[in-house]
Design a protein around this ligand. Structure first.
Ligand SMILES: [Zn+2]
Length: 163
């Protein structure tokens, strides 16, 4: 599927939920870094959020990178599914929200590919790629249940905003 189609779907759903994705130049992103409301993504360059403003800023080149979709959905989680600023957020709580969002935009396979290194168990240092295939559904269901309990998903498990 065309990457632009995927982006358009994500953008539409993000807007519907109250967030804004701004595609900017590298210079503009670098200017944003001086803003107090800006939090750069700690594990990838080229993307970050303004939590108060509910804006995700993304360098246009970032959207050419292999795992852009997973990172963009994660950053949207910070502005829609977390009341806390990124450095205080409980990311594992909104993982189910990310899964639901990815499903809704028909991007779950890309999301999975982009989250291979996601640490799903800090105690045993287990990364998502190490999770056996037959345990995946159970894991997704668990995370979705948590996000739903926290009000991030509606009764049909569609993503909503808690802001
Ligand atoms: Zn994060």
């Amino acid at each position: 599927m065309d990457q632009r189609v995927k982006f358009a779907r994500i953008n539409k759903l993000a807007e519907k939920l109250g967030a804004k994705i701004l595609v900017v130049s590298a210079e503009e992103l670098s200017d944003a870094k001086s803003s107090v409301d800006f939090s750069p993504c700690p594990f990838r360059d080229g993307i970050g959020v303004c939590h108060s403003a509910q804006v995700v800023l993304v360098d246009k080149h970032f959207l050419q990178e292999e795992f852009w979709l997973a990172t963009l959905i994660h950053e949207l989680g910070h502005v829609l599914a977390s009341k806390e600023k990124p450095d205080r957020s409980r990311e594992f709580d909104f993982l189910g929200w990310e899964i639901a969002f990815a499903r809704k935009v028909r991007g779950l396979n890309d999301w999975i590919k982009g989250n291979q290194d996601y640490c799903i168990d800090w105690h045993d240092h287990l990364e998502f790629k190490e999770l056996p295939r037959n345990k995946r559904k159970e894991f997704f269901d668990q995370r979705i249940a948590v996000s739903r309990r926290k009000g991030m998903l509606d009764a049909n498990c569609h993503p909503r905003s808690i802001r």
